[in-house]
Design a protein around this ligand. Structure first.
Ligand SMILES: CCCCCCCCCCCCCCCC(=O)SCCNC(=O)CCNC(=O)[C@H](O)C(C)(C)COP(=O)(O)OP(=O)(O)OC[C@H]1O[C@@H](n2cnc3c(N)ncnc32)[C@H](O)[C@@H]1OP(=O)(O)O
Ligand SMILES: NC(=O)C1=CN([C@@H]2O[C@H](COP(=O)(O)OP(=O)(O)OC[C@H]3O[C@@H](n4cnc5c(N)ncnc54)[C@H](OP(=O)(O)O)[C@@H]3O)[C@@H](O)[C@H]2O)C=CC1
Length: 542
């Protein structure tokens, strides 16, 4: 079994390791000083975490020489257009304030990670081989329903190819791979080690080459075994593939849990996608999602994106400067240090969206999570399907296209894929993370803060919800009074609807059936008796 030992930081007895060791001077450099004059290569820079990584490097390590971003053309946009759009976004406002010409440090390189040779031109590959000092590999498919072939192609073969390129880099000091804390979610306790892979990646890759898509689809459940999806399965394989290079490269592996909006930087609550909990929060805030399967008492292992990026940069520094003998794994999680539970998340998300409502909510936000399958199915029927049918009926009657049932079907698919992670909890060891924190200077501990003991969850969740409103939905905060007014209107509609329903039931059952009338009189007389008893006893005590 190939496992990763914790860094012993003992340079003695390393005959096999020919890589240069750090001098005392370099070991003492601060994180920002280390990145000064360095050429950094980043994959997945256009993604959620990649963008935050680029921003933080430019803002807090302003002496960095160049950032080479491997980007592919997409949706009719060239790679250059995509990078231009990316750096225009609000996330980069603080960097722009500090240095209006920061874009000069960004060098986009056209690359498609699923193509042979990463589809990098020979000239670009030579340039990278000659100058890159540190690689951050963030790119991956994070979809939970990705067909196995594609997930392997990108997450495993793409990683292998990048490692091949890294081996050619003459001045490479560190290779940092972003994995996930759920790569080994088939275990309950997860140490900072690389576990044996579920299958030898080479054998799997060879088999997938000749199998057609139908066969692959059929055998996927058997292959992934007790992992919930191809994403976690291929991320586990990728870790193993990265580990195979530990004799040749200085490697660090970061395993974040559920990455959420930023905690502090560049500003609280920054988020730009529907992945993971963000989509659930938005659907609940819009009043669409009323129930979800989750365990109230299970730890919700959210981790703010800026924490992950701070840890990643610090790990890059540590790996390059201290050159650990084996690849170090960092479990970047909150559960063991500052636990917060799904039940608490539900409470704070709901109250936050009541204070700061989203525009044009479908219903008042009121979602309840439950681990009980029957209760869940009941609420799906009563609170999702029935209102959707009713709404679509109204749309049809007014000559419009029905849409609510379609939205709910997509939502049900999304939440069914997430419930595996919200219905149970895991224990992650974080010794390497603690070790890394202890290695930082007090100044670096502030600039590259990943100490989640200081995280105030209610405040974080409030900023997260506001962040989904501002940055994902692009809603204006000045519209909050109108949104509150809309919620009041929805509440009045609900009261009216409930009253009409009661009157209707009364008319149909009470007024028309003798037996219902008898029951009704019995209930009313019981209430009267109770009231008179209550009055009499309170008169006596007075
Ligand atoms: C108050 C309650 C508290 C309890 C709260 C519990 C939260 C419990 C979170 C656990 C979270 C674990 C996270 C593991 C941690 C990793 O390791 S990381 C990677 C995380 N990866 C992901 O989250 C990817 C999951 N997403 C997917 O796989 C795909 O988006 C889906 C869900 C299969 C949908 O695929 P699709 O149908 O092809 O289409 P896509 O365009 O992607 O999205 C379709 C619709 O689904 C919606 N959608 C997408 N993602 C989501 C989502 N997460 N939620 C809702 N809707 C979504 C989109 O908004 C879109 O809606 P429309 O705009 O069309 O109306
Ligand atoms: N988000 C989360 O909750 C968590 C994420 N992680 C890990 O963090 C990393 C980053 O995740 P995140 O930022 O959320 O993911 P995103 O989906 O936001 O970003 C993925 C990035 O990978 C790039 N990419 C995808 N396919 C290719 C390809 N074929 N060729 C080149 N580039 C490609 C995307 O580029 P493009 O813009 O062109 O599509 C994008 O830049 C991943 O490795 C993920 O496994 C780990 C734990 C949790």
């Amino acid at each position: 079994m190939a496992t990763v030992r914790r860094d012993e930081r003992d340079p003695v007895g390393e005959q096999a390791d020919t890589r240069p060791r750090p001098s005392d001077d370099t070991a003492m450099t601060s994180v920002a000083d280390y990145y000064a004059g360095k050429n950094v290569l980043i994959t997945g820079a256009t993604g959620f975490m990649g963008k935050v990584l680029v921003e933080k490097l430019l803002r807090c390590c302003p002496q960095v020489r160049a950032l080479f971003l491997l980007v592919r053309p997409k949706a009719g946009q060239s790679m250059q257009q995509r990078v231009d759009d990316m750096i225009k976004c609000k996330l980069f406002d603080r960097v722009r304030e500090d240095d209006a010409h920061f874009h000069r440090k960004i060098v986009p390189i056209s690359s498609e990670l699923t193509e042979p040779g990463l589809a990098i031109s020979p000239e670009d590959a030579d340039k990278l081989a000659a100058c890159v000092n540190i690689v951050f590999h963030c790119a991956a498919t994070i979809r939970f329903d990705e067909p196995l072939k594609h997930a392997v192609q990108l997450n495993v073969i793409g990683t292998q190819q990048l490692l091949g390129l890294a081996r050619r880099m003459r001045h490479l000091e560190a290779f940092i791979h972003i994995s996930t804390a759920y790569a080994n979610c088939n275990r309950k306790h997860i140490d900072e080690v690389i576990y044996p892979p579920p299958v030898e990646p080479r054998k799997l890759i060879e088999s997938l080459e000749w199998m057609d898509d139908r066969i692959v689809q059929d055998i996927t459940p058997r292959l992934i075994g007790n992992r919930p999806n191809t994403y976690t399965y291929t991320k586990a394989l990728a870790e193993y593939v990265v580990q195979q290079e530990q004799d040749k490269l200085n490697i660090g592996i970061i395993r974040p849990s559920i990455v959420g909006a930023s905690w502090q930087e560049p500003f609280p609550g920054w988020i730009d996608n529907f992945n993971g909990p963000s989509g659930v929060f938005i659907a609940a805030g819009k009043g669409i999602l009323r129930t979800m399967r989750a365990n109230n008492d299970a730890v919700a292992d959210l981790i703010p994106v800026d924490v992950v990026i701070n840890l990643t940069l610090a790990a890059g520094w540590y790996t390059a400067v201290h050159k650990p003998k084996t690849a170090l794994v960092y479990n970047c999680t909150t559960g063991g240090i500052n636990p917060f539970h799904w039940g608490e998340i539900e409470h704070h998300v709901m109250s936050s969206f009541k204070r700061n409502p989203l525009e044009q909510a479908f219903r008042r936000p009121n979602a309840n999570i439950t681990s009980n399958y029957l209760i869940y199915q009941y609420w799906i029927l009563v609170s999702h399907k029935f209102p959707a049918l009713l709404y679509d009926l109204v749309l049809r009657l007014t000559g419009q296209k029905p849409q609510m049932m379609r939205i709910f079907n997509r939502l049900h698919k999304a939440i069914s894929l997430l419930e595996y992670f919200s219905s149970q909890d895991w224990e992650w060891n974080s010794e390497n993370v603690n070790m890394l924190m202890a290695q930082l200077s007090p100044e670096d501990r502030k600039t590259f803060n990943f100490d989640v003991r200081q995280l105030n969850w209610p405040e974080y969740i409030e900023n997260y919800c506001i962040g989904t409103k501002k940055y994902v939905l692009n809603e204006d905060m000045s519209d909050i009074p109108a949104a509150r007014q809309h919620l009041r209107k929805l509440r009045n509609i609900r009261y009216t609807f409930n009253t009409v329903l009661v009157v209707f039931i009364w008319r149909v059952f009470i007024a028309r059936s003798q037996m219902a009338r008898n029951i009704w009189y019995f209930v009313v007389s019981l209430c009267f008796k109770f009231l008179s008893y209550f009055r009499a006893s309170s008169t006596l005590t007075n």
